[in-house]
Design a protein around this ligand. Structure first.
Ligand code: CNA
Length: 331
C-alpha cells in the first residue's frame, strides 16, 4: 500500500480500524496542541519562565505546588461550548459504520466522547478531565469533572470539601483531574486493550500527534507488519508508516470521505461543525503526491514534509522540481 486510493480501499473493507490520536485532532476546535510553534508549551514556557515546559505536567511538581498547573489548566479543559472537529466526527462515523475497533486517544479534552465514540471503543491513554480525585491519601474521593470546572476555569486550585471539613487548618486535599502526569502510570486499560486489539486490527490510522510522549509513542510499532499503517499529521513524525498524509487532519478526512463516497450520508453534520468550511471541502480537497508514499495537503510547508527524514528529502525536492504526479485531487 502506498497510494491514497489504497487507503480509501482499505478503509472501505476494514472491520477493525485502530486509530491513535493526539492533540492535532482538537486544534481546529480552538484547543492548541503542545509542541507546534504556537502550541501551549511555547506560551507556558514564556508565562511561567520554565526552561522545560513539560514540568507543568510532572507529578512531583504538581505535588509540590499545584497552583501553576491550575493557572494554566483552563486552556486545555474542554469548555461546554466546544464542539468536536470533523476528524472526531469521522472517528465516530467509523464506529457507526462498524469499522472502528478502538480509538486510543492521548487527548484529555473528552471531545471524542462528545462526537459520539463510545466509552467501550475508546481508550483514554492519558486520562481526562471527566473526573477528578482528591490527592489526600486518607480521602481519595472521586468527583465529576464538572464539579470542579468553575474553579479550574477561574485558575483556582479546587479543594476537597470532605477533607476541608475534617482538617484542622481548613485546607483540604487538592482535587486533581484524572489526567496522567509525567511520572504516573498509564491506565491498565491501555495494555489490556492493546493485547487483544493487535491481533484483531486490520488497519492503523494515526492522527495529529508528534509521537514524542512514551509509552504511547511506541504503540504504532506494535502494529507494523501486522496491518497497514497510515499517518495523518501536519508534519512528519518518527515511524515507518505505509502512507503519510501530511496536512490538516480535517482536510485529509474530507478528502478521504470524498474518495470513499461517504459525503452523501452525513455531509450535513460535517458542514455544521466548528470549521464550517471543512464540510464543503469534502468535495474539493487538493493534494500533491510525493513518491513513493507521501501526500501533501494544504498548510504543509516543506519543513513539515522533510523533518527527520533525510532519506526522503530527495523525493520532496524531486516533486517540487519535476512537477507533481496526481497533482490535485477533486472528486
Ligand atoms: P503534540 O506533541 O503537541 O503534537 C501535536 C501534533 O499534531 C504535531 O505533530 C502537529 O504538527 C500536529 N498537528 C497540529 N495541528 C494539526 C492539524 N490540524 N492536523 C493534523 N496535525 C496537526 O501533541 P501530542 O498529542 O502528540 O502529545 C501528547 C500530549 C499532548 C498528550 O499527553 C495530551 O494530553 C497533550 N495535549 C492534549 C490536548 C487535548 O486534549 N486537546 C491539547 C494539548 C496537549
Amino acid at each position: 500500500m502506498s497510494h491514497f486510493a489504497d487507503v480509501a480501499h482499505l478503509l472501505r473493507r476494514a472491520k477493525n480500524v485502530v486509530a491513535l490520536v493526539g492533540a492535532g485532532v482538537s486544534v481546529s476546535c480552538g484547543i492548541p496542541d503542545f509542541r507546534s510553534a504556537h502550541g501551549l508549551y511555547h506560551s507556558v514556557a514564556e508565562r511561567f519562565g520554565l526552561s522545560d515546559p513539560q514540568q507543568i505536567f510532572c507529578i512531583d511538581h504538581f505535588e509540590d505546588d499545584p497552583s501553576m498547573f491550575f493557572e494554566f489548566a483552563s486552556q486545555i479543559m474542554p469548555q461546554p461550548h466546544v464542539r468536536p472537529s470533523p476528524t472526531h466526527r469521522f472517528l465516530a462515523e467509523l464506529q457507526s459504520r462498524r469499522r472502528l475497533l478502538r480509538l486510543y486517544s492521548q487527548n484529555i479534552d473528552g471531545l471524542e466522547k462528545r462526537a459520539g465514540v463510545s466509552e467501550q471503543r475508546t481508550v483514554l491513554c492519558h486520562g481526562s478531565f471527566l473526573t477528578a480525585t482528591c490527592t489526600s491519601r486518607a480521602c481519595k474521593r472521586r468527583v465529576k469533572g464538572t464539579s470542579i470546572a468553575p474553579q479550574v476555569a477561574a485558575g483556582l486550585v479546587p479543594r476537597c470539601i470532605k477533607c476541608q471539613k475534617n482538617s484542622d487548618d481548613d485546607s483540604g486535599g487538592v482535587l486533581k483531574p484524572d489526567i496522567v502526569f509525567f511520572g504516573e502510570k498509564l491506565p491498565n486499560r491501555v495494555a489490556d486493550c492493546l493485547e487483544t486489539d493487535i491481533e484483531k486490527a486490520d488497519l492503523l490510522l494515526v492522527f495529529g500527534t508528534s509521537l514524542q510522549v512514551a509509552p504511547v509513542s511506541k504503540i504504532p510499532a506494535m502494529f507494523y507488519g501486522h496491518v497497514p499503517s497510515v499517518l495523518v499529521n501536519r508534519e512528519l513524525v518518527a515511524g515507518h508508516f505505509d502512507v503519510e498524509l501530511l496536512g490538516d487532519c480535517d482536510d485529509v478526512v474530507a478528502a478521504l470521505r470524498a474518495e470513499l463516497g461517504w459525503h452523501d450520508r452525513s455531509a450535513a453534520r460535517y458542514v455544521d461543525d466548528a470549521r464550517g468550511a471543512a464540510g464543503a471541502a469534502t468535495t474539493n480537497v487538493a493534494y500533491h503526491f510525493v513518491p513513493p508514499k507521501r501526500f501533501l495537503f494544504a498548510n504543509v510547508g516543506s519543513e513539515g514534509a522533510r523533518r527527520d527524514d533525510p532519506e526522503d528529502q530527495n523525493n520532496s525536492n524531486e516533486s517540487e522540481d519535476d512537477g507533481v504526479t496526481n497533482a490535485s485531487h477533486t472528486s
